[in-house]
Design a protein around this ligand. Structure first.
Ligand SMILES: NC(=O)c1ccc[n+]([C@@H]2O[C@H](COP(=O)([O-])OP(=O)(O)OC[C@H]3O[C@@H](n4cnc5c(N)ncnc54)[C@H](OP(=O)(O)O)[C@@H]3O)[C@@H](O)[C@H]2O)c1
Length: 257
């Protein structure tokens, strides 16, 4: 896919995370100019200085907390200043680290929905006017297989990801007339250093190995790069007739759902 994205302008929200970082780098390899967003400024600066060594001048970013209304327009303005338009928006914002029970207070529901649903929905709302000016503009949202079937994931996270799935399908129809495609990827168990699965594995190595081998037909974790390649496939102009689609990147785990 090298250079397939030359001249493309890509905003990766949640681009400082394990999956988001791999997505940002895959677009850079493909020739795109990339703007990343994350919350933690130190993490963001480290990522940009690392990537700028290889992809000189094609990477920039800003830190923002997408639970704060004003931060959405600040982010889009900063991205537009660097990119001069937006062709592809990826949202890899979210976290499955939450209490397991679904008996949540109103405040807890707000927290989990803000982080895993509203952040992406409000981002798309703010980005749509920029996207509709692009060529084959499209959005790729990070869902989770937890949002399509019951797993041992926190109930609030499950509900937020299910809402994202429904949102993407509904918005693909609404935004088709504005020539914006919208698709969703549902990752399975994605392992990387510093990620949630490293934490779980450290707590119970034998149980984790047993779990992965029993529920994933490929009997392995996925990598952030596995997800990144799926994002590029959906964002590619070759996929210009694909909208409202959901793609599981899970080593076959969801085939038994
Ligand atoms: N890892 C998996 O196994 C897996 C499986 C299925 C789905 N997913 C989904 O894939 C996406 C990426 O996951 P990941 O494992 O790469 O997670 P991660 O490493 O924790 O990255 C999450 C990213 O979202 C940003 N973020 C979180 N809350 C935010 C907020 N309120 N405002 C702005 N930015 C915020 C984080 O910024 P900071 O780093 O600065 O906090 C980071 O860039 C998430 O949507 C996750 O639910 C992951």
């Amino acid at each position: 896919m090298t250079n397939e994205f030359t001249g493309k302008k890509v905003l990766v929200a949640g681009g400082t995370g394990g999956i988001g970082k791999a997505i940002a780098e895959a677009f850079l390899v493909g020739g795109a100019r990339v703007f990343v967003q994350g919350r933690n400024l130190q993490k963001l600066e480290k990522l940009i200085s690392e990537l700028d060594v290889k992809y000189k001048g094609n990477i920039s970013g800003t830190s923002s907390n997408l639970l704060i209304a004003e931060d959405f327009s600040k982010l889009l303005d900063a991205a537009n200043n660097f990119l001069d338009g937006i062709d592809v928006l990826v949202s890899a914002i979210g976290s499955g680290k939450f209490k397991k029970t679904g008996l949540l207070t109103q405040e807890e529901w707000s927290q989990v929905m803000d982080q895993n649903f509203y952040s992406t929905a409000l981002l798309l709302n703010t980005a749509a006017p920029f996207l509709e000016k692009g060529l084959d503009s499209n959005v790729v949202v990070m869902g989770s297989i937890a949002g399509i079937e019951r797993l041992n994931a926190p109930v609030g996270y499950t509900v937020a990801k299910a809402a994202l799935h429904a949102y993407v399908r509904a918005m693909s129809a609404e935004l088709a007339s504005r020539k914006i495609r919208v698709n969703i990827i549902h990752p399975g168990n994605i392992y990387f250093e510093g990620g949630r699965w490293e934490e779980i594995q450290d707590e119970d190595p034998a149980g984790t190995k047993n779990y992965i081998e029993s529920v994933v037909p490929q009997r392995r974790f996925g990598s952030p790069e596995d997800v990144a390649q799926a994002v590029l496939a959906l964002a590619s102009p070759k996929s210009s007739f694909i909208t409202g689609a959901s793609l599981e990147v899970d080593g076959g785990q969801s085939v038994s759902f």
